[in-house]
Write a protein that binds this ligand. Structure first.
Ligand SMILES: Nc1ncnc2c1ncn2[C@@H]1O[C@H](COP(=O)(O)OP(=O)(O)O)[C@@H](O)[C@H]1O
Ligand SMILES: O=P(O)(O)OC[C@H]1O[C@](O)(COP(=O)(O)O)[C@@H](O)[C@@H]1O
Ligand SMILES: [Mg+2]
Length: 431
C-alpha cells in the first residue's frame, strides 16, 4: 500500500485499484463509555466501499475509513495519532492511581506498523511497560528496528502482578498484589471461622505462575492449603484434597484455601470437557477454578453426608490488580524508570531493566523471552510453604523426578564485560 497526502487529505492506494481516502482519528476514541465492551470498537482496518454494485472485472474503487470507536492503548497506542506529552505535571500523581493512564490491550501487535510509526515520528527511544507478553513484543520491535538499521533504543520495563518474568528478582506490581491479597484472605478467614466447618476459598491471579498465591499464603499464615499451577493436585482418594479438607475441618473446625487462577486447569478441562481457547494475545483462556472447586467440594461433602460444610468463595482478582501500588513498589518503579532512562540515554538497546540478585541490570531481551518465571516446587521456598500450611504435597515420587528434570538452573549473572562497542547492540547483562 502507498500513502500520500497533506494535512487535509490522506490517500492510500492498494491492489486491484483499491483507494482509501483516509481521515484522521476522532479524539472521542478515548471516551470511557466505549472502553468497557470490546465489541463496541470497529476493526482498525475496516473500510466502507463507495460503490456497492461491482462487476467481476471492475476495480475495487474508492473506500472510506469505517466510522466508529477504535481501540487503543497497549501496542495499539503506536497506531494512534492522539498522543499525550508526558510532562512532569501530567505524571505528577499517577503513582497514586490504579490502572494505567496509557491504556492497555491484549493482541493488536503489528511489528511492521509499530516500527513504521516509530520511524515516521522520529522517535529514538521506546520504553515498553508490561509483562512477559509485552517483553516478547518489545523484543520483536527491537529486532525489526535493527533490521532497518534505525538508531532507536528499545527498553523494557517489567510490570506485572504475576511475577512471571525470568532472570529479575521480581516484577513491579507483585508486592502490591501480595499485600492486597491479604484482605481477601482475611475476609475468607473471618467468614470461615464464623461458621461450623466453614471453608473460605480465595482465588488469586497467576495464570501460569503461582507466586502471588504462594507469597500471599506465606504472609498470611491463616491459609491451610495453597494451590498453584506448578503443583498438580487431585481431589479424591488417599492424599487428595477432599481427604485433607475433612481432616483439617475435624482438627480446627474451619479452613482457608487459596488457589491461583491457573491451578488445576488440567483437572477442569478433563471434568468440563472444554476445548482450549486463547485471548487476543495468545494466552490460554482459563476456566474458573474457584467456582469449579467450590462446586466439587460442596458436592463431595453433601454426597458423603458425614459432615455439613459452609463454603464461602471470594474472587478478589480484579480488585487486587486495580489498586494503586504500595510504597515499596513505588520506590521500585522509580528505580526501574531511572535505570531504563540511563540505559537508553547511554545508547543501549534491546534490554529489559530489573534487579538481578539485588542489583539493577540491563538484561538482553533474548534472556527475558526464552522462558517464563515459575515457582519451582523442588525449591526450598515451596517446602517452606508446605511446612507452614502442613498441606499434602500431592506429589508422587514420579512427579518429583519429573519436576527435578524441568528445574531451571539458578539465576546467574551473565559475564559483565561491557564496552562502548556494545552501545545499541546489547548482548549481555550490564550493571
Ligand atoms: N510473541 C509475541 N510477539 C509480539 N507481540 C506479542 C507476543 N506475545 C505477546 N505479545 C503482545 O504483547 C502484548 C501484551 O501481552 P499479554 O500477554 O496480553 O500481557 P503481558 O505483557 O502482561 O504478559 C499484547 O499486545 C500481545 O499481542
Ligand atoms: O482478564 P484479563 O484482563 O485478561 O486479565 C487476567 C490476567 O491478568 C493477570 O493478572 C496478569 O497477566 P498479564 O501480566 O500477562 O497481563 C493474569 O494472571 C490473569 O490471567
Ligand atoms: Mg503475561
Amino acid at each position: 500500500m502507498e500513502t500520500s497526502g497533506n494535512s487535509q487529505r490522506k490517500i492510500v492506494t492498494g491492489d486491484a485499484g483499491y483507494v482509501l481516502e483516509d481521515t484522521y482519528p476522532n479524539p472521542l476514541q478515548d471516551n470511557p463509555a466505549y472502553s468497557v465492551v470490546k465489541q463496541y470498537f470497529v476493526n482498525a482496518d475496516d473500510t466502507v466501499a463507495q460503490k456497492i454494485v461491482v462487476h467481476e472485472s471492475s476495480p475495487r474503487g474508492t473506500h472510506f475509513r469505517r466510522a466508529g470507536p477504535r481501540q487503543r492503548g497497549g501496542y495499539r497506542g503506536f497506531y494512534s495519532r492522539n498522543t499525550i506529552p508526558l510532562t512532569p505535571k501530567v505524571v505528577n500523581d499517577i503513582h497514586k492511581r490504579g490502572g494505567t493512564i496509557l491504556g492497555t490491550s491484549r493482541g493488536g501487535h503489528n511489528t511492521t506498523k509499530i516500527v513504521d510509526s516509530i520511524q515516521d515520528r522520529g522517535i529514538n527511544q521506546v520504553y515498553v511497560i508490561g509483562g512477559d507478553g509485552t517483553q516478547k513484543g518489545a523484543s520483536v520491535i527491537y529486532e525489526e528496528i535493527r533490521r532497518r538499521g534505525l538508531k532507536v533504543s528499545v527498553a523494557g520495563i517489567p510490570k506485572t502482578i504475576d511475577n512471571d518474568i525470568p532472570v529479575i528478582d521480581k516484577s513491579f506490581g507483585f508486592d502490591t498484589a501480595v499485600e492486597e491479597a491479604q484482605r481477601g484472605i482475611n475476609a475468607a478467614h473471618v467468614e470461615a471461622e464464623s461458621f461450623e466447618n466453614g471453608i473460605g476459598l480465595v482465588k488469586l491471579m497467576g495464570r501460569n505462575s503461582g507466586f502471588i498465591a504462594m507469597y500471599a499464603t506465606l504472609a498470611s499464615r491463616d491459609v491451610d492449603c495453597c494451590l498453584i499451577p506448578e503443583s498438580p493436585f487431585y481431589l479424591e482418594g488417599a492424599g487428595g484434597l477432599f481427604e485433607f479438607i475433612g481432616k483439617r475441618l475435624k482438627e480446627n473446625g474451619h479452613m482457608v484455601i487459596v488457589t491461583a487462577e491457573g491451578a488445576g486447569q488440567e483437572l477442569l478441562s478433563e471434568s468440563l470437557h472444554s476445548i482450549d481457547q486463547q485471548d487476543a494475545s495468545g494466552n490460554k483462556l482459563l476456566q474458573d477454578v474457584g467456582l469449579w472447586l467450590s462446586q466439587r467440594i460442596r458436592d463431595h461433602f453433601s454426597r458423603q453426608k458425614k459432615m455439613t460444610i459452609n463454603l464461602k468463595y471470594i474472587d478478589p482478582t480484579y480488585m487486587i490488580r486495580a489498586i494503586p501500588s504500595i510504597a515499596s513498589d513505588n520506590v521500585y518503579c522509580t528505580l526501574l524508570a531511572q535505570s531504563a532512562v540511563h540505559g537508553a540515554m547511554a545508547g543501549y538497546t534491546g534490554f529489559t531493566v530489573g534487579p538481578v540478585n539485588g542489583r539493577h541490570a540491563y538484561i538482553p531481551f533474548y534472556r527475558i523471552i526464552e522462558r517464563q518465571n515459575k515457582v519451582v516446587i523442588t525449591d526450598r521456598m515451596w517446602a517452606r510453604l508446605l511446612s507452614s500450611t502442613n498441606q499434602p504435597s500431592f506429589l508422587s515420587s514420579k512427579d518429583i523426578i519429573e519436576a527435578n528434570k524441568e528445574e531451571e538452573p539458578p539465576t546467574q549473572l551473565l559475564e559483565d564485560n561491557c564496552s562502548s562497542d556494545d552501545k545499541l547492540d546489547t548482548k549481555r547483562i550490564m550493571c
